[in-house]
Design a protein around this ligand. Structure first.
Ligand code: BES
Ligand code: MN
Ligand code: ZN
Length: 497
């Protein structure tokens, strides 16, 4: 896909289609007025007849208006003028992309009406144009047989209008946005794959393949004997019930100064979470194939760093296992030893994410990280607390948590803090081991983080619980690609790009 900017008069733009905004009261945007004047009042006429009320997310494709170089105009509703801003603009562009994807249109100029700079500055305007286009044109890896639907033909998008001063920043945003949507596509493709294809070995193979095509990336895969040598007893305990062997993958992008402390990204890669002996109810259990979304986000982030040649040292660590019930599986009450030496009583085998993360978080110490971020579809409790709108963020460093939240706001991929204070750690008390892997139902997203906190002391650490945000159910069932935009913004800022 090619992204460019446009600035000259809208009637003369040589594209297949102009995407033009209309407010709900029928008020035309500046671009719509431009189109209307060139087309001898045809747009105003159409609207005064009531053919297009301008409601949010509604679109209408109009062909062959006179006076325009473009052969079509796609009207997109912006909702009420008073409420116009970044959100309605995003919705309108997403709706337009969805409508365009159903046509044979190959090139468009986005002329919706720019939210003012306070809401969406030039760089983020460019980024959003590209990210929303990329996400709207995404199609799941197709495992259906039979006649294939034609893929969307859209491959050229001009964003504007831009002034001479703003063109550079918009273009930079477009380039970053395209790279970010490519990364999000990697995450979504991996997460949408079923557990029988996307196994721990498959994830490791994908990381290897990525390192082969991205010059800055180095990869190291720890197989079971190597994991054993690292004494990752908690991770191995989860893996022992599965016929699929576990993998720990280390993907490095050394774009910064040699010796500069890296950002370490840790991802939960449970390729299928049945719950183990504490088995989950069968309804919607299929969704537990997404339980490796954190790992997929780490792979996506490393590919992005490489693609942007980011001057930053980043290490990605993936803990990949399958959680299954079996004669060899861990049982409630089992006590295992983590790589850190601490003993853990496994009271619920479905709280497996924290068990694999604790060992790789410990492993991350050797990189002497500037910051550690872990991404995990960790708790149903986080979904209860925040729904599907915000990623939960907790950690031991207020400044880092702030940095994550700010990145989420800028990227429109938001995170919200939950309190991680000592009281929650007390809920993990065990009579038999150093602590248990669960802390009861109350505050479940927080006690899960408190468990991880036992392994991150002395490092600057933040945990992102993406259980509610990494995928969606319903008609659009599938991976959302979150938190790749947030993570991308965090890293782009750290890299000073
Ligand atoms: N992968 C799940 C968390 C999850 C649940 C993600 C629902 C998305 C939707 C995790 O491994 C899990 O099973 N967590 C348990 C923890 C509990 C046993 C303390 C949960 O949330 O129920
Ligand atoms: Mn589980
Ligand atoms: Zn899980």
């Amino acid at each position: 896909m090619r992204f460019e900017t446009w600035s000259k008069s809208i009637a003369t733009l040589a594209v297949d289609c102009l995407v033009v905004g209309v407010f709900e009261d029928g008020e035309l945007t500046a671009a719509a007025r431009g189109v209307d004047e060139a087309a001898g009042g045809r747009l105003k006429k159409l609207i005064s007849r009531g053919d297009f009320p301008g409601r949010a997310t509604e679109t209408l494709l109009v062909g062959d208006l006179p006076g325009l170089t473009a052969s079509r105009v796609l009207l997109a509703g912006l909702g009420p003028r008073k409420a116009f801003g970044r959100k309605p603009w995003r919705k309108a562009w997403a709706a337009a992309v969805a409508a365009l994807a159903r046509t044979g249109i190959a090139s468009v100029a986005v002329a919706l009406e720019r939210p003012d700079a306070g809401q969406l500055e030039d760089y983020y305007f460019g980024r959003a144009v590209a990210e929303i286009a990329g996400s709207g044109l995404y199609r799941v890896n197709d495992l259906k047989t039979g006649k294939k639907p034609k893929p969307p033909g859209l491959d050229r998008v001009l964003a504007g209008p831009v002034s001479r001063d703003s063109a550079g920043e918009v273009a930079r945003g477009l380039a970053h946005g395209e790279a970010i949507s490519r990364a999000a596509r990697i995450q979504r493709d991996l997460a949408n794959l079923p557990g029988n294809i996307c196994t721990p070995r498959y994830l490791a193979e994908q990381a290897r393949a990525l390192a082969r095509t991205h010059r800055s990336l180095r990869v190291r895969v720890l197989d079971e004997p190597a994991i054993r040598r690292e004494k990752m007893g908690c991770l191995l305990a989860v893996a022992q019930g599965s016929a699929e062997p576990p993998r720990v993958v280390v993907l490095e992008h050394r774009g910064g100064k040699p010796g500069e402390a890296p950002v370490v990204l840790v991802g939960k890669g449970v390729t299928f979470d049945s719950g183990g002996i504490s088995i989950k109810p069968s309804a919607e259990m299929d969704e537990m194939k997404y339980d490796m979304s954190g790992a997929a986000a780490v792979i996506a982030a490393l590919s992005l760093m490489s693609q942007l040649r980011a001057p930053l040292n980043v290490v990605g660590i993936i803990a990949a296992v399958e959680n299954m019930p079996d004669g060899k599986a861990i049982k409630p009450g089992d006590i295992v030893k983590s790589a850190s030496g601490q003993s853990v009583e496994i009271l619920n085998t479905d709280a497996e994410g924290r068990l694999i993360l604790c060992d790789v978080l410990h492993y991350s110490r050797r990189f002497k990280p500037a910051a550690v971020l872990d991404m995990a579809t960790l708790t149903g409790a986080c979904v209860i607390a925040l729904g599907h709108h915000h990623t939960g963020v907790l950690g031991n460093d207020e400044a880092l948590i702030r940095e994550v939240i700010d990145a989420g706001v800028r990227a429109d991929d938001r995170a919200w803090p939950l309190p991680l204070t000592e009281e929650y750690t007390e809920q993990l008390k065990s009579n038999f081991a150093d602590f248990a892997n669960i802390g009861g139902r109350d505050g479940g997203a927080i006690t899960a983080a408190a468990f991880l906190g036992k392994f991150t002391q002395g490092m600057s650490w933040a945990h992102l619980d993406i259980a509610g945000t990494a995928w969606q159910g319903g008609a659009k069932k599938g991976s959302t690609g979150r938190p790749t935009p947030l993570l991308a913004d965090f890293l782009i800022h750290r890299a000073g790009l």
